[in-house]
Design a protein around this ligand. Sequence first.
Ligand SMILES: Nc1ncnc2c1ncn2[C@@H]1O[C@H](COP(=O)(O)OP(=O)(O)OP(=O)(O)O)[C@@H](O)[C@H]1O
Ligand SMILES: [Mg+2]
Length: 205
Amino acid sequence: MIQIQDVSFEYEKEQGTLSHIDLNIQQGECVVLTGESGCGKTTVTKLINGLIPHFVEGGTLSGTTIVNGMEVPKTEMYRLAEQVGSVFQNPKSQFFNIDSDSEITFGLENAGVEPKKIKERYEATVSALKIQSLLGRNIFSMSGGEKQSLAFASVYAMNPSVFVLDEPTANLDADAIDTLRQQIIQIKKEGRTVVIELHPICWTV
Ligand SMILES: Nc1ncnc2c1ncn2[C@@H]1O[C@H](COP(=O)(O)OP(=O)(O)OP(=O)(O)O)[C@@H](O)[C@H]1O
Ligand SMILES: [Mg+2]
């Protein structure tokens, strides 16, 4: 599902962030990227979701990254987004709406999905992730854990085959971590590929 072959990457003015990396992830695998701060975990996730090279400017990239048969640098972001969903460390950074229902359907609406299908995906998302308590809510009044769940749901609604989670437990309390754990169990059961960046300090979760 994901092939990273002999990839090296340097941000502008940084040297040797990633040096000759190889990584093969099969469909349905759940892989944790871990290591000390600054070792390049997030950079690897950006190779997979296409932020490198499509959004990060001025870097130097070599090697090959293929996701579900698509060579990432040569694939339009909207095509990659159909396959790869990303949940970032700070869910606030990925919201576009002020109410939860609009946020869940936002990606589908932007992708031009027909209304009937949007309704189906919305209902499937609510039922699979058991997020009834998040519906009809103002995002500003949500706790950090609820925001994280909503970010996860808005990605799940898009039905990606790959989930990339960047330090998803970093700002969560024990209950919210448990909810996230159930959500990850659900996507694993569904055979999706999961890549999780986790700092070693979070391993106890
Ligand atoms: N946008 C950027 N521009 C320049 N350098 C960057 C950028 N993003 C990251 N870096 C540098 O690249 C290196 C790897 O960063 P990266 O964020 O991938 O590490 P990480 O393993 O995810 O760290 P953390 O555990 O803190 O999340 C670090 O030295 C970092 O300072
Ligand atoms: Mg990181």
